[in-house]
Design a binder for this molecule. Structure first.
Ligand SMILES: NC(=O)c1ccc[n+]([C@@H]2O[C@H](COP(=O)([O-])OP(=O)(O)OC[C@H]3O[C@@H](n4cnc5c(N)ncnc54)[C@H](O)[C@@H]3O)[C@@H](O)[C@H]2O)c1
Length: 339
């Protein structure tokens, strides 16, 4: 810590690396983006220039070897997360790692073991927990405001699919996209899922199917406490990013709708209409990205557990593997079958 600010090195300057760099530079005064690195030097230089990051490191090692850097944000492609987590832990850096930690449970377990051995903090990037709307839904369940929860519905649709090159290394829709919803389901209900059943298909782009993936799915969840849930995913919604949730409990329900760039309603002789919702995660979840990074910085500064732990990172991967197995075998799959 220098001047009471956590010094952070950012690894990866793609879509999410840029979001986190901007978050730290412009919205988290208690942290300092001290360095950034990317295999694509131009990308790192552009983000550094925009966010006033003083060092564009030539390699990850340059960041890990810097004694002034307290923590790293791992924002590179998913296939690098487990290895970088292990290297950062051995270098005694606190770690914020984007989701998912890996697609392989063995690699996740190796990464979590390295973190435990080093005694550093680890937080996983399930930012939606920090969204004020979803946090309020959770509070309504936790406080008993809606009684005992019975049914959960999560709608989570992207505005447009990612490039097929991204799909090929993403681990598939369940580990790349639905993983946020698996985390949200556990977070909102405050209990674990024991069984999933998947109906899914390729309806948006045949190239996604040719890459071995799916783009549209409905997954039912059975929780240990009896709650029944559904996750409705599609890689394409014509009207933009669709992020909603509803819970029915014994004393009422709680729901949250999409977020809009403005609240104006235009009423004419032909129709009553409004503008489209905020288009994608960079705009829709700005506040949540700020809150999650602040929570990480606070956990390090106060030596407290992080709010989204390594185990919170592992369980949604188990759920994603179970969801795929359910689709492949056309049957409900219990999570204990996965590990
Ligand atoms: N929490 C969220 O809402 C959210 C949103 C988007 C992406 N993500 C996650 O963040 C990760 C990155 O996604 P993205 O959309 O930013 O991808 P991206 O392809 O836009 O960016 C990844 C960057 O990492 C760089 N990179 C790859 N290997 C590297 C290495 N060894 N060292 C340094 N840089 C390296 C690439 O050159 C690229 O610039 C993925 O794991 C994804 O699942 C999370």
């Amino acid at each position: 810590m220098i001047n009471n600010r956590l010094n952070i090195g950012i690894i990866g300057a793609g879509r999410i690396g840029k979001v986190h760099a901007e978050t730290i530079a412009f919205r988290v005064p208690e942290a300092n983006a001290a360095a950034i690195t990317d295999l694509n030097q131009d990308a790192a230089e552009q983000v550094a220039a925009r966010c006033g990051i003083p060092v564009v490191a030539a390699s990850v090692d340059q960041i890990l070897d810097d004694p002034d850097i307290d923590a790293v944000l791992i924002c590179s492609s998913t296939d690098t997360h487990a290895d970088l987590t292990i290297r950062a832990a051995r270098a005694r850096k606190h770690i914020f790692c984007e989701k998912p930690i890996d697609h392989s449970l063995a690699k996740i377990d190796a990464a979590l073991a390295a973190v435990a051995e080093a005694g550093v903090k680890l937080q996983i990037g399930f930012n939606r927990r920090f969204d004020p709307n979803f946090a309020r839904v959770r509070a309504a369940v936790q406080s008993g405001e809606i009684g005992s929860p019975r049914l959960l519905h999560i709608i989570s649709r992207d505005p447009a699919p990612p490039p097929v090159s991204y799909v090929k290394v993403s681990g598939g829709m369940f580990l790349d996209m639905t993983i946020h919803d698996f985390d949200m389901a556990r977070f909102l209900i405050g209990d674990e899922v024991e069984e999933v059943y998947t109906a899914a298909g390729v309806m948006v782009d045949p190239a996604i199917g040719e890459a071995g993936d799916l783009d549209t799915a409905l997954i039912t969840l059975k929780f240990r406490n009896g709650v029944i849930g559904s996750i409705d995913n599609c890689r394409q919604a014509a009207y933009g990013y669709d992020q909603r949730a509803e819970i029915l409990g014994s004393a009422g329900s709680v729901s949250t709708a999409n977020c809009y760039p403005n609240e104006a309603t235009i009423s004419t002789g032909e129709s009553v209409r409004r503008d489209l919702p905020l288009n994608f995660f960079m705009d829709r979840y700005t506040e949540s990205f700020t809150r999650e990074v602040r929570a990480f910085v606070q956990a390090v500064a106060e030596d407290k557990p992080t709010p989204v732990t390594g185990i919170d990172g592992r369980i949604p991967v188990v759920m994603g593997l179970a969801a795929r197995k359910s689709f492949d075998e056309r049957r409900p799959v219990r999570l204990e079958e996965i590990g």
